[in-house]
Design a protein around this ligand. Sequence first.
Ligand code: ATP
Length: 268
Amino acid sequence: MSFILETQGLSRSFNGFHAVSNVNLAVREGSIHALIGPNGAGKTTCFNLLTRFIDATAGCIRYQGQDITRTPADAVARMGLVRSFQISAVFGQLSVFENVRLALQRRRGHSMDWWRSDRALAAFDERTHALLAEAGLAEWSSHLAGELPYGRKRALELATTLALAPKVLLLDEPMAGMGAEDIAHAAEMIRQAARGRTVLMVEHNLSVVADLCDRITVLARGEVLAEGDYATVSKDPRVVEAYLGHGHAGQRQHNDHTAVANGEASHG
Ligand SMILES: Nc1ncnc2c1ncn2[C@@H]1O[C@H](COP(=O)(O)OP(=O)(O)OP(=O)(O)O)[C@@H](O)[C@H]1O
């Protein structure tokens, strides 16, 4: 079993407040791994640490066996550990096609070559079409990105991120603000994107997590509370309590298990 991304004792404090505390994370290469937990559990801080947006107070991060605890964020991204929206950006005044092609050019370091010939740009066209097809955006190709419906805009963000050829794709609440139809579409996209790469995602929608993810790490108050597949963590009384609060017992707790297992638990 090989882990592409690992942390040991990863910690981050803000003025003495332990936002992330002694987190040991092991993300298996090729898996879809979820980071879940109630509000304020430390999920975003963990993402910020892994992508090197912020420094760890203690602990270490290893990516592909290499210590990246102090590696600059842009270098980490170039190594293939890429967060959606980190480098990619959607330009509303450009077409969907141009957005994806630009992301491909940027990956090759051509971002400033605005004067490049049509022939040079055409070299990126084939890959652009493939990425658009993968994102279900083929028929939106000539639309201005700024005019896309919400779900399609998120799909375009993912397509521009995939243009950067990430080895590990970090997705921060990819389903946020989506309706049921967009969620189904985005889930399929993530499943496809996960072929041949690793996905680590923060997601509040537990049905999505249950459906998509091979492994789940549950954080609460900055610490790892439980880890395993969905069936295992959703039955863990500590997880139920973290999601639903204290004082549950007997039948109530049984109902709570069912609620978490069904992805119904609120994260408040
Ligand atoms: N820059 C900061 N300064 C001070 N406190 C911070 C900072 N960033 C995060 N925190 C605190 O750390 C804790 C964890 O926050 P974080 O955003 O990582 O949680 P989360 O699990 O992503 O929550 P949510 O699900 O609400 O997004 C919170 O109590 C938050 O207020």
